[in-house]
Design a protein around this ligand. Structure first.
Ligand SMILES: [Zn+2]
Length: 439
């Protein structure tokens, strides 16, 4: 075991108004204002010459090229190896388009350029501030989420499924200075930040922002929220008000404070990182004839929507669906089969007792429950939306049930849906990464 040094930073990444929000289909306009500022935070850790950086951002997600540019810059500017930098997005649906989803908002390249520089700067600042530190781990509970895959007689809808799985656990890491005063509190929970719905046109960090600000005000340190595997978990209130977001964030933040106060910290740490890019199998495209019919159908729907005078956001979604169908048609005509999708899993060991594992997708919560209960580390923080996002990652059992996450969302994210066999590959991949790192 080695002595830990740590540093932390926080930068404001609120975009200018007038650029597109993302997360919901059919928003009538770009952002018209700012409700609460968006932030990026970095926790820098060093022990025995090993540097690890954990970055959290109040954004829906990050395109792969953004992740790679930040990692490259962070290696150059802060000496943290690319494979040792983790970037987690809170998945707020009231942030700018920093992940390219067809028809859900266009990326603003001027903003993205500035964002990349700010994230690299945040990493550099955190590593410039390294000083002797202590680290500890804790768990608590908050009941703010509900499984959202509601089964009707003949289909599955986004609603409420109180019998479905959730993880009520708050996973929390507290880093203190050598006097025992909190320097950073990183906590995770797995609930979609959609308290604010599609009607909201103001930038906001949604409920995690309220939770983080509460923790910061009480603990007097930088607080960071990391999103868990909330692919099928929604908050108790969806499409609500800022008051709803405040209430739900306050419940989470108040419980996190209770956990933080009970943590015991140690000056010893043993840092390690492991990373693997899995190849997940994709469905094959339909026949060229069927793909051609899809193109015609979406083009017709677009024409009709224009005639009806639908709003800008609704037209953008329909244009996105035409683009998707044309991509499917091209693949169908080329006769390609057996395609795969790269899926990054990254694991960080903090001590012999504690690790973080992050996956690049909207992963269903059952994976989080499975991985944490079989992990060789008694404390395992399992995250989704990490180092990019390939789209929804349902459980094998969810495929025959259908629903938004299985049948719709992949069209925004890419071209073809995952195959159910991905489930086993991810569980085995994640656990073997953790076991290999533990040694
Ligand atoms: Zn989502």
């Amino acid at each position: 075991m080695a002595k830990l040094r740590a540093g932390v930073s926080s930068v404001n990444i609120t975009p200018p108004i007038g650029i597109d929000l993302t997360g919901f289909a059919g928003r009538p306009s770009p952002a018209v204002g700012v409700h609460d500022d968006l932030h990026a935070k970095c926790l820098a850790l060093e022990a025995d010459g090993v540097r690890v950086g954990i970055v959290t951002v109040d954004l829906l997600g990050l395109d792969r090229d953004i992740v790679e540019r930040v990692r490259e810059g962070a290696e150059r500017e802060a000496g943290v190896p690319r494979s040792n930098l983790m970037l987690n997005a809170s998945h707020t649906h009231s942030g700018p388009a920093t992940i390219s989803l067809k028809g859900l908002g266009e990326r603003d390249e001027l903003y993205v350029e500035e964002l990349v520089r700010k994230l690299i700067g945040a990493v550099k600042m955190a590593f410039d501030r390294l000083r002797p530190a202590r680290i500890g781990f804790g768990r608590g509970e908050a009941r703010i989420g509900v499984n959202r895959r509601q089964r009707l007689r003949d289909r599955t809808v986004i609603g409420r499924n109180p019998e479905g799985p959730v993880d009520t656990t708050i996973y929390l890491i507290r880093v203190d200075d050598d006097k025992g005063k909190p320097m950073a509190i990183l906590f995770s929970h797995a609930v979609h930040p959609v308290v604010l719905g599609a009607k909201n046109l103001l930038f906001s960090a949604d409920y995690p922002g309220y939770a983080v600000r509460l923790v910061e005000s009480v603990e007097g340190c930088v607080a960071m929220f990391a999103q868990g595997c909330c692919g099928d978990v929604n908050p108790e209130v969806v499409g609500g008000t800022f008051e709803d977001a405040r209430r739900i964030g306050t419940i989470l933040g108040a419980h996190a404070i209770g956990v933080a106060e009970a943590v015991r910290t140690s000056e010893e740490a043993e840092l390690r990182c492991e990373r693997e890019v899995l190849k997940l199998p994709l469905q094959d495209p339909p026949s060229p004839e069927e793909a051609g019919r899809l193109v015609e159908r979406y083009k017709r729907e677009l024409r009709e929507a224009i005639e009806r005078g639908e709003n800008r956001g609704q037209i953008m979604v329909r244009e996105g669906m035409v683009r998707w169908a044309e991509e499917v048609k091209r693949l169908a005509e080329e006769g390609v089969k057996g395609l795969t999708c790269d899926f990054e899993i990254q694991a960080i060991q903090l001590s012999e007792e504690a690790a973080i594992i992050g996956m690049a997708g909207e992963v269903f919560v059952d994976y989080q429950l499975h991985i944490r209960s079989r992990s060789p580390y008694p404390f395992t923080m399992v995250l989704g939306y990490t180092n990019g996002c390939i789209g929804y990652v349902p459980t094998e059992g969810a495929y025959p049930e259908g629903g938004y996450e299985v049948e719709v969302a992949y069209k925004y994210y890419g071209t073809l849906m995952l195959r159910p066999e991905s489930d086993r590959i991810i569980r085995e991949g994640a656990l073997s990464l953790l076991r290999g790192m533990r040694g």
